[in-house]
Design a protein around this ligand. Structure first.
Ligand SMILES: C=C1C[C@]23C[C@@]1(O)CC[C@H]2[C@@]12CC[C@H](O)[C@@](C)(C(=O)O1)[C@H]2[C@@H]3C(=O)O
Ligand SMILES: O=C(O)CCC(=O)C(=O)O
Ligand SMILES: [Fe+2]
Length: 334
């Protein structure tokens, strides 16, 4: 038996760990955005999983590789320099702590508002004083990913048989859209693996609060999703594709037809993982409610009335793993 010394464990405490799962899940739906049937595949994937992979997405590979290398440059800076861009408020650089309520993970990250008008001072610092870290790389990448996200929600509306195909995309396209962009770095954790044979939790289980999340990572796996039967499965990494998550707000807008997906990230013992996620949210004042055309005659909304601002305020009072939507359900689920 391997005896783990207390000082070694203290280094990771209180970050949780779990047994490594070697099996990769091969059942993730794949949507080819250039296929004529893409809209119905999107709807099916959202109903069955709340998650799917996108190929033929139209985001230029040069934007992807450039941003990844800029992100690596940033995360390779000395700790004292990175700390000047933090702590997150929620925007800026953060390390180990996720959110304001005591969640921790084996992670460092940069969280940015996609609207440059609302850049926090810290975000300004990152780009003004770190010439290695190019704002233009973020701008090009985010613009291309947003375009893809708009197309995906428009195809979704089409697949759902909604007359106004822009009903969701206009919320993301709105100049007041409350969207954000996150770059995560999960350093390797060889010591713990050697000591205990376990993987550190990089980002604990949670659902994303927004409408849609668009994720891309390097070729290091670690992302896991929770299937309907409660089992956690690992998503095979694919550095040239994107992964889409249904967020809590989309669950509400479809009156529960699509479910937001619980996911988490395990750090790899040997390889670092870099991920970049665009979280598409509505304007703060927007009412989040089931789209009337998705509520059948005689049916009711499953949710109380709330604005995105009210939901976000409540989300920021919650812990990562909390069932945030539970507070807004008319009939609370367990
Ligand atoms: C613990 C928290 C971090 C988070 C805000 C929260 O209070 C609960 C939701 C978390 C989450 C998950 C998805 C995104 O990564 C994120 C930016 C978001 O909008 O909600 C994070 C928040 C965060 O890291 O600030
Ligand atoms: O880093 C990842 O792959 C996923 C992170 C995540 O779920 C998040 O930032 O909300
Ligand atoms: Fe997430």
């Amino acid at each position: 038996m391997v005896v783990v010394s207390q000082p070694a464990l203290d280094h990771f405490s209180p970050i949780k760990s779990c047994r490594p799962t070697s099996s990769l899940f091969n059942g993730i739906p794949m949507v080819d955005l250039s296929h004529p049937e893409a809209s119905s595949s999107i709807v099916k994937a959202c109903e069955d999983f709340g998650f799917f992979k996108v190929v033929n997405h139209g985001v230029p590979m040069e934007f992807i590789t450039r941003l990844e290398s800029e992100a690596l440059n940033f995360f390779n800076l000395p700790q004292s320099e990175k700390d000047r861009a933090g702590p997150p408020d929620p925007f800026g650089y953060g390390s180990k702590r996720i959110g304001p309520n005591g969640d921790v993970g084996w992670i460092e990250y940069l969280l940015l508002n996609t609207n440059p008008d609302v850049f926090s001072e810290k975000s300004r610092f990152i780009f003004r004083e770190n010439p290695q870290f190019f704002w233009s790389a973020v701008e090009n990448y985010v613009a291309a990913v947003k375009k893809m996200a708009f197309e995906i929600v428009e195809l979704m509306a089409e697949g759902l048989g909604i007359e106004d195909r822009k009903v969701m995309s206009k919320l993301l396209r709105d100049e007041k859209s409350d969207s954000c962009f996150r770059m995560n770095h999960y350093p390797p954790c060889p010591e713990l693996q050697a000591l205990s044979g376990r993987n550190l939790i990089g980002f604990g289980e949670h659902t994303d609060p927004q409408i849609i999340s668009v994720l891309r990572s390097n070729n290091t796996s670690g992302l896991q999703i929770c299937l309907r039967d409660g089992t956690w499965v690992s998503v095979p990494s694919d550095h040239s594709s994107f992964f889409i998550n249904v967020g809590d707000s989309l669950q509400v807008m479809t009156n529960g037809r699509f479910k937001s997906l619980k996911h988490r990230v395990l750090a790899d013992p040997r390889k670092s993982r870099i991920s970049m996620i665009y979280f598409g949210g509505p304007p703060l004042s927007e009412k989040i409610a089931p789209l009337p055309c998705l509520v059948a005659k005689g049916e009711e909304s499953l949710y109380k009335e709330f604005t995105w601002w009210e939901y976000k305020k409540s989300a920021y009072k919650s812990r990562l793993a909390d069932n945030r939507l539970g507070l807004f359900e008319k009939t609370p689920s367990q």
